[in-house]
Design a protein around this ligand. Sequence first.
Ligand code: ZN
Length: 174
Amino acid sequence: MTPVPARILRSAYDELVAQPNPVGLDDELFREIILDHYRHPRHRGLLEPADVATHGHNPLCGDEVDLSLRVQGDQLEAVGFEGQGCSISMAAASMMSEEISGKSLTNTKDLIRRFRSMLLEGQDPASLGDIGDLEALAGVRRYAARIKCAMLPWTALEAGLTQLEGANGRADTD
Ligand code: ZN
């Protein structure tokens, strides 16, 4: 992995901290978690072979994410992503990959539902059970323009799961 140039890191950081007294993002811990995933993305790199590969694009910000999944039975055995975009979208892809890796498809769908309710409906993360580092993205809700950045990998994931169900559905009828 090529190191992220300091200039870009600084602008990503500025982007997060420049907001006037942001509620949610003013928590130093959450900001550090987001930046850590951005600087040191987990599960970066596409899987080869993969059972499902999807692509997500956020035209509002220019973020791109490619997601690949390997499935064993009802379990997401491995997850990998590639992409380019803002700090929020890349951190979100890393956090999501870390959380869903090894999870059952049922639990993954449940996590999608919980993340969505946190980000889109303003559900208190504390009421959502353990969502790991994803909680750090709760503050993004304050910035309407950035919600799509944080949702991008999840949208790609949902498309992947739909593809997978389509493939299984066909296999069942064979
Ligand atoms: Zn973005």
